[in-house]
Design a protein around this ligand. Structure first.
Ligand code: EPU
Length: 349
């Protein structure tokens, strides 16, 4: 365990934003992670558990408590016939874990290639992309339950996964120690169901490695693969979740859009429960926030309207002002309330 003082959090978030942390503990083992969190809790100090910093907005004033930075490693495969369980430590970079699954012929997470951040964060917001999300493969999450003061296993039901949410999101009760995925032993990805991906592949099945390459290329074109040379990637991916509307609310939105622009319709994706997911990126652009629209040093990505970015000299205050402006504009134009996706520390929209 390493203890650091007065650490710039801007160096540890993909936004490149955030003031200093008074104290930061880097932990390399699950035992040290549990020990560090338990000690901070006992002292009554505020705690921030930091993974890859890829879904995090930290105030310019920083964090006046202890940050525990998860650096635990571990990847173990338990093969059984045509399936394999993989137990992955919370601190493993997610994309390295995906690359390894693809290389070892383990199917189920290949569409989740190119996503930044660490494994431990993936069940929290049920990370998803291109037709897969981790709730389809997570069978168990090992956590430290800070309320009970003990380690527990949460099975899939206890995780209560939903679109970009779970029982672990929005609560500081659980610290993820490791994640167990149940994958299929196959070199082929099948049952692909994301129109953009199928179009790019020209098929609904393909070798895992091909799917991985194509997904990364699609993401890169949207500025969704972290690249220091590309300011559009200085972001937290999607800044807002896509609103999921009741059929009535969706019909009202369509009528409103038709009145504003005859013949137009919001990009919409029906859910299995009758509700309809609408594209927040579409709403943002049509509300008048073009790609590149700026507020101080932050702007809408020039590649994807749903990503807000720090152009280099931005501050968290700029980012929050931009997000508020967009939320208010979408509300005024369409009557739809956008909800932010990243974890906000020391700031509120
Ligand atoms: N669109 C626009 N303008 C844009 C971008 C998109 O109008 O600038 C419209 C288009 O109609 C497009 C539709 O939005 O067809 C959907 O766009 P896209 O396929 O890029 O997906 P998304 O809904 O914007 C979601 C996830 C992404 C994930 C992609 C691909 C959420 C909040 N975001 O984005 O996840 O990579 O699908 O599956 O669900 C993330 O969560 O951080 C993230 C990057």
């Amino acid at each position: 365990m390493r203890e650091l003082r007065d650490v710039a959090l801007s160096d540890r978030t993909t936004f490149g934003l955030g003031g200093p942390a008074a104290r930061l503990l880097e932990v390399d083992t699950a035992e040290d992670l549990v020990r560090a969190v338990t000690e901070v809790d006992a002292s009554g100090e505020p705690l921030l558990v930091l993974g890859g910093g890829s879904n995090l907005v930290v105030a310019d004033a920083g964090f006046a408590g202890t940050v525990v930075a998860v650096r635990t490693r571990g990847f173990e495969v338990f093969a059984d016939g045509d399936r394999a369980d993989v137990e992955i430590a919370a601190g493993e970079p997610w994309d390295e874990a995906v690359a390894r699954c693809v290389a070892e012929g383990l199917a189920g997470v290949e569409c989740l290639s190119g996503i930044p951040g660490l494994v431990g964060a993936t069940p929290m917001q049920n990370v998803g992309a291109y037709g897969q999300d981790v709730s389809q493969t997570v069978v168990r999450v090992r956590v430290l339950d800070r309320e009970a003061g003990l380690e527990r296993d949460l099975d899939r039901d206890a995780c209560a996964f939903g679109y970009r949410t779970s029982a672990l999101k929005g609560s500081s009760r659980y610290v993820v120690l490791s994640v167990r995925l149940r994958l299929r032993r196959s070199r082929l990805a099948s049952g692909l169901r994301y129109a953009e991906l199928e179009r790019a592949l020209g098929a609904d099945e393909a070798p895992l490695a091909t799917v991985r390459d194509v997904v990364i290329a699609l993401r890169r074109a949207k500025g969704m693969v972290v690249d220091p040379a590309d300011a559009d990637t200085r972001s937290a991916g999607s800044f807002f979740v896509n609103p999921v509307l009741t059929a009535e609310a969706h019909a009202a939105l369509c009528a409103r859009v038709e009145r504003l622009t005859p013949g137009a319709a919001p990009a919409s994706f029906p859910e299995s429960d009758g509700r309809v997911k609408v594209s927040a990126g579409w709403l943002i652009e049509r509300a008048g926030f073009a790609k590149g629209h700026a507020h101080g040093g932050c702007s809408v990505s020039t590649k994807h309207a749903l990503a807000l970015t720090n152009r280099g000299q931005g501050t968290t205050a700029d980012l929050v002002a931009l997000a508020r402006e967009i939320r208010a504009g979408v509300r005024a134009t369409f009557g739809v309330e956008l909800v932010p996706e990243p974890v906000l520390v020391g700031v509120a929209l």
